[in-house]
Design a protein around this ligand. Sequence first.
Ligand SMILES: O=C(O)c1cccc(C(=O)CC[C@H]2O[C@@H](n3cnc4c(=O)[nH]cnc43)[C@H](O)[C@@H]2O)c1
Length: 233
Amino acid sequence: MNVHVNTETSAGSKSNQPEPGMRVLVMTSVPAERDAVLRGLRGASRFDVVVAGVGPAAAAASTATVLASAEYGLVVSAGIGGGFAGRAEVGSLVVASEIVAADLGAQTPEGFCSLDELGFGSTRVPVDTDLTTRVTEALYAAGLPATTGPVLSVSTVTGTAATALELASRVPGAAAEAMEGYGVATAARNRGVPVLEIRAISNPVGPRDRAAWRIEEALNILEAASSILSEVL
Ligand SMILES: O=C(O)c1cccc(C(=O)CC[C@H]2O[C@@H](n3cnc4c(=O)[nH]cnc43)[C@H](O)[C@@H]2O)c1
């Protein structure tokens, strides 16, 4: 885990409504995402930005470790992600309206059965609607192409049109896909800390074409979004 921690002490909130002046923990999966967020934040001292690693397990474990060591009023899962056709174009931003573990469940002859349907808990972490709306509107007002919708967390990056369609029908309105949000959100929920997820879209969700991922473009828009976050949070 690669930690960029500021040294100020905290008076963070554990309510569902983050308080003004709270400390904010931003979790990314890789150093390039962390660096983009840090460039955007331009030294804003209330923010700590931590590299968690790729995937839900690394994200949950790293977030839990950081939250055990300091008080935060908000946790943000931030990075690049895939965009669902017709919902989020490459180069745009998605702010999660909810964070959904879209492949957590069981395959059955009748189709996918979620953890919820199996009776083992919830695959959805709600996000405070007012906060999501405030952030999305601030991004939009700053001229950034931002939308809100469910962001799916998956353990396997989608690589076929069939899987993209299946996920979109499993979660109506699905806007983006990434790998860490549910892990970050689960750790935050366990400590009663509100969570946000923001994805800068680097690729469409669908047939795998890794060479076509527009990572630089997505990192640039993640940087721009982070500069707005430092003002609105
Ligand atoms: O190679 C690079 O320079 C580079 C820079 C920044 C990030 C990366 C990653 O590969 C990050 C992996 C991260 O990206 C998320 N992601 C992006 N697109 C998708 C997708 O279509 N489906 C699922 N996840 C996606 C994911 O959260 C990964 O952790 C490389």
